[in-house]
Design a binder for this molecule. Structure first.
Ligand code: ZN
Length: 198
């Protein structure tokens, strides 16, 4: 029994026509994906399944929130998830490679594992840039101590965000340059990994 077992949909015994399934995605789910950029979350997954003789159509609706690291201050915060998508399941004796929209399986299979599709859909639904939202007064909710320690923003930006906490501009621009080159290296690596996945 693994975390993912409950996300396996057994379609073999279903009658032709429409069916509905619900899944709850939680911390255990995200924790089970190795190297996941999301470690916590609560997402409600609704699936409307249409079973036809030659294929299955699954319409997904996913809503909830997940915890991600802020690109600016590295602090964790909750980001809303709102995703709708359709997955077609088709059958072939020699199944071609599946993509994000069509899942090919062997006719002898009786269930589909939805965990990977759910996980990828949630990750892809998040914006590329993840930054703390602003509060009611339009002020960023980033962690000011982290911003100051890493000198992630320029002095001018920092002063605008936290006017009371002026910092030494000289030290700031130096540290920032080194931080930016580190950040660029991380970004390049991530993009490379992203390319390799496709
Ligand atoms: Zn932040």
């Amino acid at each position: 029994m693994t975390v993912f077992d409950k996300y396996a949909l057994n379609f073999k015994g279903l009658s032709l026509g429409a069916h509905h399934f619900e899944y709850a995605v939680d911390d255990d789910f995200f924790g089970a994906f190795e190297g996941s950029e999301i470690t916590r979350g609560d997402v409600d997954v609704q699936v409307d399944l249409l079973k036809q003789p030659s294929m299955l159509t699954l319409n997904f609706e996913m809503q909830g929130d997940v915890e991600v690291a802020c690109d600016r201050c590295l602090g964790e915060f909750r980001m809303p998830v709102d995703y709708r998508g359709t997955l077609l399941v088709k059958f072939a004796d020699d199944p071609p490679e599946s993509d994000g929209e069509v899942l090919w399986i062997h006719p002898a299979e009786s269930q589909i594992d939805l965990a990977q599709y759910i996980y990828e859909s949630i990750v892809l639904s998040l914006p590329f840039q993840r930054i703390h939202p602003v509060d009611d007064d339009g002020r960023p909710t980033c962690d000011p101590q982290m911003l100051e320690r890493f000198r992630i923003v320029t002095g001018e930006e920092f002063d605008q965000m936290f006017p009371a906490e002026a910092v030494d501009a000289q030290a700031q621009s130096e540290t920032q340059a080194s931080w930016e080159s580190q950040l660029a290296a991380v970004k390049a690596k991530m993009e490379q990994e992203e390319d390799e996945k496709e």
